[in-house]
Design a binder for this molecule. Structure first.
Ligand SMILES: C[S@@+](CC[C@H](N)C(=O)[O-])C[C@H]1O[C@@H](n2cnc3c(N)ncnc32)[C@H](O)[C@@H]1O
Length: 281
């Protein structure tokens, strides 16, 4: 982190307060973004090498940039952060309401979080506004490490996306994505489908995530392992009271169609994800 003058810290604090955050990050001494998820305790649990010196890295679906900045912090020579900043361009199922699009769009802002964080951290990460489906080695070049966090769930076609990731990877792909826990008792590949009014699609079981990667030409190094993504202040604030549980309120993510029990667990304990390390075949 850069040394900051007191006036600069105040400036960063007021920028932080002016927008909504997805990631919880310390941008200056004592200035922490109130994000939906606090991934700081997870950074050491997904199997990233502590030293990425000399590597060219890609973070796909960067949002406020937590993972891109983490790759940079680990010494990567270059980090590219890919994102589709305009939520209208995400994969929406037919019939999604304009109100839901606007609500999600409001949370996403216009990607200012990344810009504010990049400036505050004195980062050299470059953001490229492009869909994962459009990754092309002729344009983006090749990467030693590609990180893909909480993105597949939001894609209509996760296997095509993983195929594009494979096309730009000359080293390793690390996928950290939503997992269907009950289906994970079955050893064969399975997935559940949401696709109702919001850009939430497939939730595979553990074998399903590995099979998606294989179908895209990636070789899993091992069976996916589990991590919990802890809630940040924004998600904890949606913890539903009894009114919500009894169905008389629809706050926070509930307005986007989540079941009450899911919201209680998520806002209190976080979201279970699976971690997969794979290499191009
Ligand atoms: C749930 S957030 C995950 C943020 C971050 N990767 C993480 O692990 O915490 C999903 C991100 O994927 C981005 N996204 C959605 N559709 C995309 C697409 N087709 N290609 C690339 N990024 C996309 C969104 O803009 C958002 O930044």
């Amino acid at each position: 982190m850069l040394p900051h003058a007191a006036s600069r810290i105040d400036e960063i604090r007021s920028e932080v307060e002016s927008i909504e955050w997805y990631h919880t990050m310390e941008l200056a001494p004592g200035v922490v973004t109130p994000g939906w998820f606090d991934l700081r305790p997870v950074a050491g649990k997904v199997g990233l090498a502590p030293d990425l010196s000399g590597m060219r890295c890609l973070d796909v679906g960067t949002f406020d940039g937590f993972w891109a900045f983490e790759l940079e912090r680990r010494g990567a020579a270059e980090v590219v952060a890919l994102d589709v900043v305009d939520p209208e361009l995400w994969d929406w199922p037919a019939g999604s309401s304009q109100a839901t699009k606007e609500e999600i769009g409001r949370r996403k802002g216009s990607g200012q979080g990344f810009a504010v964080a990049r400036r505050a951290l004195g980062s050299r990460v470059s953001r490229v506004e492009k869909s994962v489906y459009d990754l092309d080695p002729a344009t983006e070049g090749m990467f030693d490490l590609v990180y893909l966090g909480s993105l597949l769930l939001h894609l209509r076609d996760p296997v095509s996306a993983l195929g594009r990731v494979r096309s730009v990877c000359r080293g390793k792909v690390v996928v950290v994505d939503a997992l269907h826990v009950p289906l994970s008792i079955f050893p064969r590949p399975l997935a559940s489908l949401d696709a109702s009014g919001r850009p939430w699609w497939w939730k595979p079981n553990r074998a399903g995530l590995a099979r998606m990667a294989e179908a895209a030409g990636l070789r899993p190094e091992a069976r996916p392992f589990l991590v919990v993504l802890p809630p940040g202040p924004a998600l904890r604030a949606t913890y539903p009271g009894m009114r919500d549980l009894l169905g008389r309120g629809a706050l926070g993510r509930g307005a986007l169609g989540r079941g009450a029990l899911g919201r209680v667990l998520e806002s209190r304990f976080g979201e279970l994800h699976a971690v997969l390390h794979a290499t191009p075949v």
